[in-house]
Design a protein around this ligand. Sequence first.
Ligand code: PLP
Length: 454
Amino acid sequence: IGGNDRRANSLEARDVATILHPYTNPVVHEADGPLVLARGDGIHVIDSEGNRYVEALAGLFCASLGFSESRLVEAAHRQMQALPFYHSFGGRSHEPAIELSERLIAMAPVPMSKVFFANSGSEANDTAIKLVWYYHNAIGKPRKKKIISRQRAYHGVTVASASLTGLPYTHKAFDLPLAGILHTDCPSLYHHGLPGETEEQFATRCAQSLEALILGEDPDTIGAFFAEPLMASGGCIVPPATYYEKIQAVLRRYDILLIADEVICGFGRLGTLFGSEAFGLKPDMISMAKQLSAGYQPISALMVNETIYGAVREQGGAIGTFGHGFTYSGHPVATAVALETLRIYEERDILGHVRAVAPVMQAALDGLAGHPLVGDKRGMGLIGALEITSDKATKTPFDPALGVAAKVGKFAQARGVITRAMGDMIHLCPPLIITADEIRDVVAKIGGALDDTL
Ligand code: PLP
């Protein structure tokens, strides 16, 4: 498997000598070296030695249009020539940002009032946290500042968004989470359901547990609840039937804002424009990134409803300037590429394509559920995951030191498929343009990788 070339001055050696890689074990990296990618071609990427792989995770859940969409390259080039940089501070603006905001507001699953641009999902979620605090100060409820997220959630890695994230390795040794950010249950029936419990009964229990947490803390101190419609990185957790109906009833009872993190679900991944539509979420704010620009430019957005924007206006009267923003908020090239991405989604009916091929992917993955190493298969639309277990009946995981899922990932890579093997999970989230035949081929190769691991 590529990445083992340790000759002096090879790209691999230079990488190991200089780069601190995100989400990488440095000891393993020094031993294994990097996989150095050189170029992209449709749903494939090609490494520096010429090996070709299907990118079955769309990079990091983002390259929805694959890796060689010339229209996005041209959109970036045109904008680079016209106005390569400008900022949005102090009311400066430009056409791509204006048109992109208009489109996003028109596409929103619930009425939204304004769009705030940032560069990453983490920044969009950090902005949402700050707005929860800003909003409650504006309406004279300065105690209503605590935020509830969920165990296994993934909302990013900046200090505040990493606190929302509910995965131990994002907190351990970083002294996180921040005080005032709490975690309620992960709605995974597979992991937390009681024997014989239905989805509805489990959803009721999750909502009761949320309510108990709120009452225990004092409802007047809880400002907001964050949720990915489908929890992706935490294990492709599809919420049980009636879950959001029950959760939202609790939030309404105690006047708690809802923020939908659509960073992965947004723009067609689940077969709906937004994950909120799939599960009936009615958020006050929506964060989005990744497929917003097909991953071709770093850009994220936070949409806020009129209630939130009204409070920002209110503060404008009281304290003046809205003191928040990034140098690259609404970057012209990033907004131009995002705009072109949304045009392509519409012109090529990407949503219709996802709806047509998603059943092929889910059925193919279902076909691996009986494999001796697979404890559970979960998924919806064009996202799915296999959970690796040492004992199907007791759902016992393998000793993490054995790195069994990582081995499956390596064997898949040797067969020409890049997936994401994390913890006990093998994640699949291919570019949205993948065809039915390509899906069958990818899943067959993952089946082969599972056999290789046995
Ligand atoms: N929210 C969700 C649901 C994500 O999956 C991610 C990244 O994977 C983020 C937020 C953070 O986005 P970023 O890595 O762009 O900061």
